[in-house]
Structure formats: C-alpha cells, structure tokens
Design a protein around this ligand. Structure first.
Ligand code: 13P
Ligand code: SF4
Length: 357
C-alpha cells in the first residue's frame, strides 16, 4: 500500500471496488413510469401510517421530490446528512423513517438506539461505504498510529467505530482545520476528492487519504464545465466537494447540499450551474423560485456517464416501498449495541463540534 506524491494511499481494492460497485449497480432496477393514481393512494396511506406509528419521515435532498414533499407536509425533515442525523435526537416521534441511503439510517439508529428506525429499502448503499471495508481500513489505520482518524458519515458502523471523528461535508473543512491547528496529523477516509480538497484548502503534508470516491460526483467533467461556463458567463458554479478537484477549482461555492441551497438563495447571480445529484433541484427551485438552475455536465467529449448525476441508491427510495415499509414495519435498521456504542463516540463529537459553531 504505497503512498503517491499527492498523499493518496493506494488501497489495493480500487479496481476490485469498482467491480463491487458495478455488481450493485446491476441490481438497481431501472426507473419505471409512475402510475399517478397509485401514487396518490400511496401518499394518503403513508400519511395515515405515519400518524398511526408515531413516525416521522426524514428525507435527503437527493430523494425523489415526491418523498421530499411528503416529509414537508407531515412535519418531517428534508435536509443534508448532518441535519438528518441531528433531527432524530430532537423529535418526540418514536419511529424514524429515513429516506436516503443506508448509512443515514444507521447513523439515526446509533444516535437514537431506543427508537425504531425504518427505511424504504435496506439495499440503498453508497459507493463510498462499499469502497471502505472495515478490516482493510483498520490495517490502513495501523500504518499511521499517531494520526487522528476522521471518517466521512458515508461509511459503515464498523468503520465509524474505528474513528476518532465522524464528519459530513458540511463541517469537514472546519473540523479538520481545528485538528491541524492542534498540531495533529489526520487520516481522511473514504472520499479522495473531498480529501484532496481538504489538502488544497488546509495543506497536504499532514493529511493522508484513503482511495474512495462517489460514483455520482466523480463523473462531473471540468473541461465540459468550462465550456458551459462560457455559454453562461453570468452563472455561478455550485459544487459538492465529492466532485473532482478540477471541477471544484472552477466553482464559486464548494459546499454540502444545504450549503449549496443557501448559496443559491443568498447570492446575487440569477443563474447557477450545479454539480451535485439532480434530486437537489426540487429544493433549489422551491427556495429560489425566480432563479435558473443548470445541471453541470457529467460527460466530456466522447464520454458516457453511468449515474448521470442521479444516485442509483437514493433512487431506490420510492413511494410504494415507503408505504410497504410502514404497513409491515419491515426494513428495520439494526445495529449491534456494542459496535453502536463505539460508533456513537465519534458521531457525538461531530454533533458537539457542530453545536459549538
Ligand atoms: P450532504 O452531507 O452534503 O447531504 O451529502 C451527502 C451525500 O451523500 C452526498 O453525496
Ligand atoms: Fe453515496 Fe454518492 Fe450516492 Fe451520496 S451520491 S449516497 S456519496 S453514491
């Protein structure tokens, strides 16, 4: 496992990870045309069942707009992964229904072990989680025994249990900056693009990176984005930090999903090119209705995109799956109490750090 000059440790699994991710993608069902009558019935039934179960719906910005609307209409939350984690600890509902990907449900369960946590599907994973197996990561950490281990929330419970800190994209920069200011050295995992961004912002010497990536954000293309900027010279570029550094270098704002939405509301520009999952357009248009949004390009000349700015796992959250989950109480997230208690330590540190800011 050699280190290259930009301080990315080469984990042997990169090609293997791609094969694993591909095998997952092959299992994701293709989108079918919605049946509007059935959807209306699902929405009505879900509203009833949420009340009956004293449940609240917590949805990520990348989920289908219909789920985001439902969360808003029923007193739930639509948010980024940091606020989704915080919300569960503040609501009196005894069941949290998490529409997103698996690590979001697991985070909710670790923080609220006494609550029932359900998800529309347990199959919705994340390429960052898949690309960072706990045993391999543990061996990697053992090579840098004097480093603080900082992991992104997009990881398994077992990987969180190995960490000193968990962070989300909303606080990755200030938290790592805080650690470096204390003279610490940092292992950052799993997203190498966000890791490279941290290195560029804060200095590369004391940050070692794991070699993982988000299959959705990795596809944004800098060259095609530059062409698009020329077509829309008055547009600001808003990018999620899981995008490649070459894309982030062209951005006016680099931030988490909630920071992207805030920037669209607050900035003076009327047009925005957005480098993140397409699901965010629902909230962007709701919060900044008079502004214009364009998807950043995912395919350069001659290239093809696989995810095309739509996370296949977020897309597995559907109204019918949500209804079935609430009807049968299945797809419950379970976390081993011992592992959950260990993973709670770095998660709680993240929330404490967040509340001090
Ligand atoms: P946020 O924390 O910005 O919501 O990002 C979560 C995620 O999975 C991005 O791909
Ligand atoms: Fe994971 Fe990327 Fe999907 Fe976010 S968009 S859940 S990082 S695969």
């Amino acid at each position: 496992m050699a280190e290259s000059n930009n301080n990315v440790a080469n984990v042997s699994g990169n090609a293997a990870d791609r094969a694993v991710v591909k095998a997952w993608l092959d299992r994701v069902p293709s989108r079918v045309r919605p049946d509007e009558t059935a959807e209306k019935q699902d929405v009505a039934r879900i509203k009833q069942l949420l009340k009956l179960r004293n449940a609240v719906l917590v949805a990520h910005y990348y989920t289908d707009a219909k789920l985001q609307v439902l969360a808003e209409e029923t007193g739930g939350l639509v948010a980024d992964s940091l606020e989704m984690a915080r919300f569960g600890t503040t609501t009196t509902a005894t069941t949290l229904v998490v529409a997103g990907v698996r690590f979001m449900g697991e985070t909710a369960k670790i923080l609220n072990p006494e609550k029932t946590v359900l998800m529309p599907t347990l199959e919705a994973t994340c390429s960052l989680d898949i690309g960072c197996p706990a045993e391999e990561f543990s061996r990697f950490c053992a090579k840098f025994p004097d480093h603080e281990v900082v992991v992104y929330a997009n990881t398994s419970v077992a990987v969180k249990a190995l960490a000193d800190w968990v962070v989300t994209s909303a606080i990755a920069v200030p938290l790592v900056e805080h650690l470096l200011a204390q003279g610490k050295q940092v292992i950052w995992a799993p997203d190498k693009h966000l890791g490279r961004y941290l290195q560029r912002q804060l200095g590369a010497e004391r940050i070692v990176l794991w070699d993982g990536a988000c299959i959705v954000h990795e596809e944004f293309k800098a060259r095609a984005l530059l062409d698009m900027k020329h077509l829309h010279p008055d547009a600001a570029v808003l990018a999620h930090p899981e995008s490649p550094l070459s894309v982030l270098e062209l951005a006016d704002v680099v931030g988490s999903t909630s920071q992207i939405i805030r920037a669209a509301q607050q900035r003076h520009e009327q047009k925005f090119i957005v480098a993140t999952d397409h699901g965010i357009f629902y909230k962007l248009q709701q919060q900044a209705p008079n502004k214009e949004f364009f998807m950043a390009p995912t395919s350069g000349e001659g290239a093809t995109c696989r995810s095309c700015a739509q996370c296949p796992w977020m897309g597995m959250n559907t109204l019918s799956r949500l209804r079935l989950t609430l009807e049968h109480g299945d797809n419950e997230i379970e976390v081993s109490p011992a592992l959950g208690a260990r993973a709670l330590i770095p998660l709680q540190r993240m929330l404490d750090f967040r509340s001090q800011r």
